[in-house]
Design a protein around this ligand. Structure first.
Ligand SMILES: Cc1cc2nc3c(=O)[nH]c(=O)nc-3n(C[C@H](O)[C@H](O)[C@H](O)COP(=O)(O)OP(=O)(O)OC[C@H]3O[C@@H](n4cnc5c(N)ncnc54)[C@H](O)[C@@H]3O)c2cc1C
Length: 397
């Protein structure tokens, strides 16, 4: 808690979602003394639906067609990110509830199937393992898909995990590596001091040699004073979950045109997400669910997988996602030595641990395993960018 905050740390990580926790763990393994500060606000990592995405989501293609080149430029990271989750599960000797059964994106019309044919061809050219299934193929590999569906794209590398299990295991691992995690600490501002930083919080100041901003939607205000205007937003989204059932849905299921992700966890619960809106109007900044999303999301689910209509929804929740301009914002903050950004971008839970490892390598002064140049925060640097003065009061509130 704030009253126990240390006065100094080698590295402060701001944000305790999957990215912040993973970075903190990697840095501690690399020999750094790490303090992680998390405000306890809404986190995508504790609200997400557990889909391991690889193929491009139609939701993004429809909503932000201008982002397709950026999405495609980072597409090669997604299968690597899924492999990274496997490696992490093994390394931590943990059970994330992972299942790699492939992902289906279904079509109900010839137009939608044509769209998927073009998308699959494009994705294959970019190295993904994607193929088109006709209805007769679906009857064989996914008989639970309803009669309205005429075909689908199957992406072999997709799957699912249980974020509750994964988050707990990653947090435990980070702590066992020596990371000091302080929950409920909001970082109000960062200001440079000497070759390091003063991290200002409600519970006092922490002096840090290096700072990693892994605060999702909260990153924008922290970077603004350094002359960066990140194109990120807080997007409130909805999820439904049903009671347990015997296994009947194998794949991660999405739709070519309509917002849905559908999967069954190893526990038997069916999780239904996919981008239905929630409400971010609440005073405390926590999102609330909308009745229209509960109903719309569940109705679409039973249209695609009719057996879902036999199940009760036992819980719904809302969370805050952090969309970017189509790709992650990763690596050193140009012009501010010692400051790093780690915002994974689209399907950020899938990308989280891989992105975290790439940024951690930068912090440790190593060459990252992937070229993260294209994801540099530098693309958001304003022309008048300047390092704030040490005595300036930089309130990010
Ligand atoms: C409903 C929903 C479903 C989703 N489903 C999927 C999915 O199925 N698959 C997938 O790949 N992705 C999914 N996502 C996206 C994914 O969850 C996020 O992209 C990912 O978890 C982001 O991780 P993160 O660590 O960067 O940020 P977060 O998990 O959002 O964590 C950021 C943390 O920073 C803290 N913070 C913010 N500002 C400050 C500050 N100033 N000081 C201190 N702390 C601060 C916040 O309190 C929060 O705890 C979903 C998102 C939502 C909301």
């Amino acid at each position: 808690m704030a009253k126990h905050l240390p006065r100094k740390a080698e590295v402060v990580v701001v944000g305790g979602g999957v990215v912040g926790l993973s970075i903190a763990g990697f840095l501690a393994e690399g020999g750094r003394e790490v303090v992680l500060l998390d405000a306890g606000g809404p986190a995508g990592s504790t609200a997400n639906a557990g889909s391991l995405h690889v193929q491009m989501q139609s939701r993004f293609l429809r909503m932000y067609p201008e982002q397709v080149p950026a999405l495609e430029s980072g597409l090669h990271l997604y299968p690597k990110a899924v492999d990274f989750w496997h490696d992490l599960e093994r390394k931590l000797n943990a059970d994330f509830g992972m299942k790699m059964t492939g992902g289906l994106m279904v079509a109900e019309t010839e137009d939608q199937l044509d769209f998927l044919r073009r998308k699959a061809a494009r994705e294959r050219a970019l190295g993904l393992d994607s193929e088109i299934l006709e209805r007769s193929d679906l009857d064989r590999v996914a008989p639970y898909i309803g009669p309205a569906v005429i075909g689908a794209e199957l992406c072999a590398n997709e799957g699912k995990l249980n974020p509750l299990q994964a988050n707990a295991a990653i947090r435990g691992w980070a702590q066992s590596c020596g990371v000091a995690i302080h929950d409920g600490v909001h970082v109000a501002a960062l200001s440079p001091q000497g070759s390091g930083f003063i991290v200002e919080t409600g519970g006092g100041k922490v002096h840090a040699d290096q700072v990693v901003i892994a605060a999702a939607y909260g990153s924008r205000t922290l970077l603004e004073p350094f002359g960066y205007e990140l194109a990120i937003e807080a997007e409130p989204l909805h999820v439904n979950i049903t009671e347990r059932a015997a296994p009947f849905i194998g794949h991660l299921v999405q739709h070519a045109e309509r917002p849905i992700t559908l999967k069954q966890f190893a526990s038997g619960h069916v999780v239904i997400g996919g981008g239905w809106p929630a409400n971010l109007g609440s005073e405390r900044g926590f999102p609330t669910v909308e009745l229209a999303s509960i109903i719309g999301n569940a109705t679409l689910a039973q249209h695609i997988v009719p057996t879902v209509s036999n199940l009760h929804i036992i819980r719904t929740w809302a969370g805050v996602n952090t969309p970017t301009d189509g790709k992650g914002i990763l690596g050193p903050v140009e012009g501010v030595p010692g400051l790093f950004a780690a915002i994974p971008g689209d399907a950020g839970y899938t990308l989280g641990p891989l992105c975290a490892s790439l940024v951690a390598e930068c912090v440790l002064g190593k060459k990252p395993a992937e070229d993260i140049g294209p994801y540099s925060p530098a693309r958001f640097r304003t022309p008048a960018a300047a390092r704030p003065k040490a005595d300036a009061h930089l309130s990010a509130l």
